[in-house]
Ligand binder design. Structure first.
Ligand SMILES: Nc1nc2c(ncn2[C@@H]2O[C@H](COP(=O)(O)OP(=O)(O)OP(=O)(O)O)[C@@H](O)[C@H]2O)c(=O)[nH]1
Ligand SMILES: [Mg+2]
Length: 281
């Protein structure tokens, strides 16, 4: 018998809690097999304040086993995007000199907003997917990158192109507004046309409902989280099995195994998708 209406009696997806070493090792040992592609490029996009930069920070913290802050995240959730430049975030591997990095990198872009003259331009995100946006290009909500701009890279290498597109939305915000969902759907569609694999992460599950707040391990028992995922899947067109709920590191000072397990299961899937893609192109 179901004792509460907000939880399922059995989780609908299995997570091997307390067994993060397997995923960690998988990620640590991953290497690309192509000589012309040194790293998989994972592009994160989504509404302002959804936790894109925090996810990159969280991956870095999980892999380094301590808190790190490579991609600055904002300390408040405002309606203006904190990230404005196109930047590649690498994660250091080990402590040696010369420095070595993991064979996957992250780019996050300015958040999507409702108005047409604010937030990231969907056109810029499409250009980024094709590798045309140069490092440190400053996004302008007013206009998209044109081919005569110094920020435009006319001849992107296989490395500059995006290999996995990840939508990021928050489980605890009010409904994501329709215009933003439409932008996300259009971006996903463009990725499909380029053959780029897509997935999504749902952040902030710690604050999404009482059950996940109490214990992250309830994530796949929470009806609320499942509904968020279903609704998002329907609105943007990403299948449920490509959507991963996570909690980003935000206020804590120590790493936590349950947080790590969810981050690693999402990361592992990003690597698999990206790897499949680069072996096809
Ligand atoms: N509790 C909790 N807080 C989070 C989580 N993810 C992000 N936050 C917080 O939400 C705020 C916004 O996160 P950011 O990572 O800056 O969001 P963003 O998507 O990069 O935002 P823009 O660059 O402004 O578009 C920060 O204060 C984070 O600490 C999460 O999973 N749980
Ligand atoms: Mg950001």
């Amino acid at each position: 018998m179901e004792s509460s209406t907000s939880v399922l009696s059995e989780p609908w997806r299995n997570v091997s809690w307390g067994n993060k070493e397997v995923d960690l090792q998988y990620v640590q040992e991953y290497q690309t097999e192509r000589d012309d592609i040194k790293h998989l490029r994972i592009l994160l996009h989504g509404p302002v304040g959804a936790g894109k930069s925090s996810f990159i920070n969280s991956v870095s913290s999980v892999l380094r086993g301590r808190m790190t802050i490579p991609a600055l995240a904002s300390n408040t959730t405002s309606d203006r995007s904190f990230t404005t430049k196109y930047e590649t975030h690498k994660i250091r591997k080990g402590k040696g000199n010369p420095q070595t990095f993991y064979p996957f990198v992250f780019n996050d872009v300015m958040g999507l907003e409702t108005g047409s003259g604010s937030g990231a331009h969907p056109e810029d995100i499409k250009l980024a997917m094709k590798g045309h946006v140069r490092e440190k290009y400053k996004f302008s909500p007013a206009s998209s990158l044109s081919s005569d701009d110094p920020g435009y890279n006319p001849e992107p290498s296989a490395d500059d192109k995006v290999h996995v597109l990840v939508c990021v939305i928050s489980a605890n915000s009010a409904e994501t507004k329709n215009p933003v969902l439409q932008k996300m759907a259009a971006i996903r569609e463009a990725a499909s046309n380029l053959g780029i694999p897509q997935m999504a992460i749902i952040t902030n599950i710690d604050g999404a409902c009482g059950e996940t707040e109490k214990d992250l391990k309830n994530v796949y028992k929470s009806k609320h989280v499942k509904k968020k995922m279903n609704d998002f899947s329907a609105a943007v067109g990403i299948p449920m099995n490509c959507i991963f709920p996570v909690k980003n590191y935000s206020e804590e000072i120590d790493i936590n195994d349950d947080v790590d397990s969810l981050i690693l299961s999402a990361l592992r899937r990003m690597i698999d998708f990206g790897d499949d893609f680069i072996n096809k192109i």
